[in-house]
Design a protein around this ligand. Structure first.
Ligand code: DC
Length: 222
């Protein structure tokens, strides 16, 4: 079973997807972390993002392992290293390259074919798993998304000006939703959820209800 969650930055996808996966006993897959890992490697190697051929080769050669709460790139734990503003911006830039997307989508499909997953990203319900049993488009008002991301950054002990963060997020969302290949978009059969007025528990319960209603084989989820 695939639960696909797409939406813009800061809508709460990671928090919700992780909790849902826990509740359902599914594997949680953060596809943004995969694009981040490719961007990190390219930045470290000094590969020009405009060199699409090299970027595709790099994406194909990257060994990305996702385990609960951790991500490894070529054997190295890069969980923290992929969360810098430079890598956020880089991930959005490498994600426009069709060859990079092909490499990532192949890995994502392979994972989803082996296990039940809650997979979050930008193109999961539209491209990666167009036949996913549950598709959610998780959104929130821009101000709220910035506020949540700001709280996350501050909780880590880092500091950033709110206006600067807002500008970075808006630039990234703009690029992610206007690129030619697999832009951020709501699948026609996805359920739109605005998390602005909801608590984390509220969003979780709303999606769990949808998942349960789609389970037709009599299996119970708790
Ligand atoms: O979810 P995130 O913010 O960590 O993702 C980082 C970038 O990766 C995002 O700006 C766009 C890209 N991305 C994508 O193009 N497709 C996905 N399925 C997931 C992320």
């Amino acid at each position: 079973m695939v639960v696909a969650i797409d939406g813009p930055a800061g809508a709460g996808k990671s928090t919700i997807a992780r909790r849902l996966a826990d509740r359902l006993g599914f594997t949680y897959i953060d596809t943004g972390a995969m694009y981040r890992a490719v961007a990190l490697w390219a930045l470290r190697q000094g590969v020009d993002f405009a060199d699409h051929h090299r970027m595709e080769q790099l994406a194909l050669a990257s060994e990305i392992e996702l385990s609960p709460g951790r991500i490894r790139l070529n054997g190295e734990d890069v969980t923290e290293a992929i969360r810098t503003p430079e890598v956020s911006n880089g991930a959005s830039r490498v994600a426009v390259i069709p060859g990079v997307r092909r490499a990532m989508v192949a890995q994502q499909r392979a994972i989803g074919e082996k296990a039940s997953v809650v997979m979050e990203g930008r193109d999961i319900g539209t491209v990666v798993f167009p036949n996913a049993q549950v598709k959610i488009f998780l959104d929130a008002k821009p101000g709220e998304r910035v506020r949540r991301r700001l709280a996350e950054v501050r909780a880590k002990g880092d500091s950033v000006a709110e206006e600067q963060l807002a500008a970075q997020m808006s630039e990234r969302d703009q690029r992610d939703s206007t690129r030619a290949d697999a832009p951020l978009a709501q699948a026609p059969d996805a359920i739109y959820l605005d998390s602005t007025p909801l608590s984390i528990e509220g969003v979780e319960e709303a999606i769990l209800k949808i998942v349960r209603s789609r389970v037709t084989n009599g299996k119970e989820f708790h």
